[in-house]
Design a protein around this ligand. Structure first.
Ligand code: SF4
Ligand code: SF4
Length: 278
């Protein structure tokens, strides 16, 4: 038996919202008995895409994060449901039974990912089913995965070493959106935004961009180096939160500069002007 899951590679996601639209197309106005009632035309986002802006002018980055149900192995939504209204199928997909869940509003607030929505008209909780009705009909992947133009959504059997999803998992580059919830999520991510430290180096005497200058970042036992590019820019990406870093900038014939950066937020150190001397 397969154990279905998904890896979402944010380095490939361009925020086109096709996944969101595919989900709406599949479920709005369509009922799949035993799997899901109709998704209302507004107010529900079974595949929600959030935009995360990082940094501040002039160094701003935008990341898109698609968020479906994580189909957790340790799912609190299953634990709070009465009458087995939420259950995990043998293939790992977590389903809310559209009939048994009637009136069970407590299921909505049980999910820390906030991916369960309340249908006021039907009096039921609803969420992503990984298109279980299609998979049972022979489909190889959910609609959102099928319509993603960049290959950012990779669906498959996590226990099959030949599946692309299992290979990505085995690469060790995936992580849960919120590992602190500890729910054994079967939807994981590559490229989740972390913190960055960046800056621009200028030769003061020439008033021009300093290309090829060595910049060293050190803190919490780690050390990284980078070279400034043609525009004098440098950047350290993927840094952990809340670390006090020292940033050293050294160019032959110029005084070394040392700055501080704390990754409570993304840091742009601005223009660092190098002065002649030792
Ligand atoms: S993400 Fe939320 S709704 Fe989905 S299985 Fe986990 S706890 Fe349940
Ligand atoms: S369809 Fe693919 S590229 Fe477009 S927003 Fe969804 S995951 Fe990102």
């Amino acid at each position: 038996m397969a154990r279905y899951g998904m890896v979402i590679d944010l380095t490939k996601c361009n925020g086109c919202y096709n996944c969101f639209l595919a989900c709406r197309d599949e479920y709005c106005g369509n009922e799949y008995p035993g799997y899901s009632a109709e998704q209302p035309m507004s107010g529900q986002f079974w595949m929600r895409v959030i935009e995360k802006e990082r940094g501040k002018y002039p160094k701003v980055k935008l990341a898109y994060i698609p968020i479906p149900c994580m189909h957790c192995d340790d799912a609190p939504c299953i634990a709070v449901a009465q009458n087995k209204a939420v259950y995990r199928r043998p293939d790992g997909i977590v389903i809310i039974d559209p009939k048994k869940s009637k009136g069970q509003k407590q299921i909505v607030s049980s999910c820390p990912y906030r991916v369960i929505y309340w249908n006021e008209k039907e009096d039921i909780p609803q969420k992503c089913t990984l298109c279980a009705h299609l998979l049972d009909d022979g489909w190889k992947e959910p609609r959102c995965v099928e319509l993603c133009p960049t290959g950012a959504l990779v669906f498959g059997d996590l226990d099959d070493p030949k599946s692309e999803a299992a290979k990505l998992l085995a690469s060790g580059n995936t992580e849960a959106l919120h590992p602190e919830y500890a729910l054994k999520e079967k939807v994981t991510y590559i490229g989740l935004p972390k913190k960055f430290v960046a800056g621009t180096v200028i030769y003061g005497d020439k008033d021009e961009c300093a290309e090829g200058v060595t910049v060293t970042l050190s803190g919490k036992g780690a050390k990284k180096t980078a070279k400034t590019n043609f525009f004098g820019d440098f950047e350290f990406e993927g840094l952990p939160d809340e670390v006090d870093y020292k940033v050293k900038i050294a160019a032959p014939g110029y005084k070394e500069q040392e700055l501080e950066a704390k990754t409570k937020v993304d840091v742009y150190l601005g223009e660092v002007v190098l002065k002649k001397g030792k």
